[in-house]
Design a protein around this ligand. Structure first.
Ligand code: GLY
Length: 444
């Protein structure tokens, strides 16, 4: 079978790499891909938002399965467009993908389905938002309703910061007019974040192994948020008790609620969870694989990914229930980011040491913001590489990942040195945010 992966990040390199290992994959294409995907398949110069171009390519090449990486393609209706042409594709419809593309919609679904999440208010006018903020006495999170390339969620410590966030999203429209038409204001929760990605098809929900992402740019979760500076899998935070609770209180009711709304969910349901002292609470839903969570997940997945996604597309995912095979060893992914990230980044810096790093056993260097420049590979984006390693335990996986990191160099390279450390410490209650009491509603 010929396979197409849509996107150009580290997630897509990891997906294409895993798909290329399937004996059933005759060819793997990536649109538009990056130098990493070019090393294991064929890149095609079609952007992830060129839905017409992607459909035409899939028809002309007789692609047997398309896997969608980024959320923007889903929000534009790539799945609907492929299905209309009888093409097989893994991912949710445009309507179902609103679980990610509209935070207000996601909150409405959670509310209807009684899914545990933070108290919230949806506002479609800045004055309404400011009045609501002025009557709260607890820290807030202000979220742009629409897609904002991972930047539209502003975690605030004071009322003043929350008011500024509303100004940035709704008045200055920093994340675009459409994204800032509404805001979701919610109570900031204390705890540790867990990413639980599940494959959903019909009534079947198969959670993958729990991961932990690291959103802040600097060690110890300091500094501004990024798309993710590293991830590890499995995350011990996802105990059996917590995972069972997420399954019964979050995944099952959400999938049922989507079905009741006549927008059945197929694809990856990524629950961004805050594990609080009161139990798991949903921070957000995404409708695609996480980046960088996909990188350690694909390192550990032993089941043939093509077989698995094929079964999901054909509504026979139940064949895999309880049968997904994982490498028992943990995996750690360290993101190497460009100078200036997550602000204005420097591009075109030559990268050295890639070959040496990828020769290490149990290491994969997944490309993201890179490009070919004649015979060199140079930086071309904020998150440049995802250096991912397996180890017999978390200490060994970390050591291996950082051994590979130390071989790679480019001007202004920045990375966190603490990826995976949380897996080595006991559960963090109380947390640095323990001043936020979950039980007491401080509304005036
Ligand atoms: N790791 C965060 C995301 O994929 O949105």
């Amino acid at each position: 079978m010929k396979v197409l992966v849509i996107g150009k990040g580290g997630r897509e390199h990891a997906l294409a790499w895993k798909l290329s290992l399937s004996p059933r994959a005759k060819a793997v294409f990536c649109a538009p891909g990056n130098p990493g995907t070019a090393s294991i398949g064929t890149n095609v110069p079609i952007a992830s938002d060129d839905i017409k171009g992607l459909v035409e390519f899939a028809k002309a090449e007789n692609i047997g399965l398309t896997v969608v990486g980024p959320e923007d393609s889903l929000a534009l209706g790539v799945v609907d467009a492929f299905k209309k042409e009888g093409l097989r594709i893994f991912g949710p419809s445009k309507m179902a993908a609103r679980l990610e593309s509209s935070k207000a919609f996601a909150k409405a679904v959670m509310h209807d389905a009684n899914v545990p999440t933070a108290d919230f208010k949806i506002c479609d006018h800045p004055d309404q938002a400011k009045t609501w903020i002025a009557t709260r006495r607890y820290p807030l999170v202000v979220k742009a309703d629409g897609l904002a390339a991972g930047k539209g969620v502003i975690v605030c410590s004071t009322q003043e910061e929350a008011l500024k966030a509303v100004e940035r999203i709704m008045v200055k429209e920093e994340f675009g007019r459409a994204a800032g038409r509404q805001v979701v204001l919610e109570k900031r929760m204390a705890g540790q974040e867990l990413s639980l990605l599940s494959i959903v098809s019909g009534r079947t929900i198969i959670p993958l192994e729990p991961c932990q992402d690291h959103k802040a740019i600097f060690d110890n979760d300091l500094g501004p948020n990024t798309g993710g500076m590293g991830a590890y899998c499995p995350a011990p935070l996802g105990t059996k008790e917590i995972l069972d609770q997420i399954d019964t209180e979050v995944l099952v009711p959400t999938v049922h609620a989507m079905k009741r709304r006549r927008m059945p969910f197929h694809g990856i349901l990524y629950a961004g969870i805050m594990v609080t002292s009161q139990g798991p609470r949903v921070l957000e839903f995404n409708c695609r694989m996480g980046d960088p969570e996909t990188q350690p997940l694909m390192m550990r997945l032993k089941t043939d990914l093509l077989d698995l996604l094929d079964a999901a597309v054909d509504n026979r995912l139940d064949e895999f229930e309880g049968k997904i095979d994982w490498d028992p060893r943990p995996a750690v992914c360290v993101i190497l980011a460009a100078k200036g990230y997550p602000g204005t980044i420097e591009k075109n810096s030559p990268i050295t040491g890639l070959h040496e790093a990828s020769k290490l056993k149990d290491v994969q260097v997944f490309h993201a913001g890179t490009r070919f420049d004649s015979r060199n590979i140079v930086t071309d984006g904020g998150r440049v590489l995802g250096v991912t390693a397996l180890g017999d335990d978390m200490v060994a996986a970390r050591a291996k990942a950082y051994e590979a990191v130390n071989l790679i160099k480019f001007n202004g390279m920045q990375y966190r040195t603490d990826i995976g450390l949380k897996a080595l410490s006991p559960l963090p209650f109380p947390t640095k945010d323990s001043s936020i009491d979950e039980d007491v509603d401080l509304k005036m």
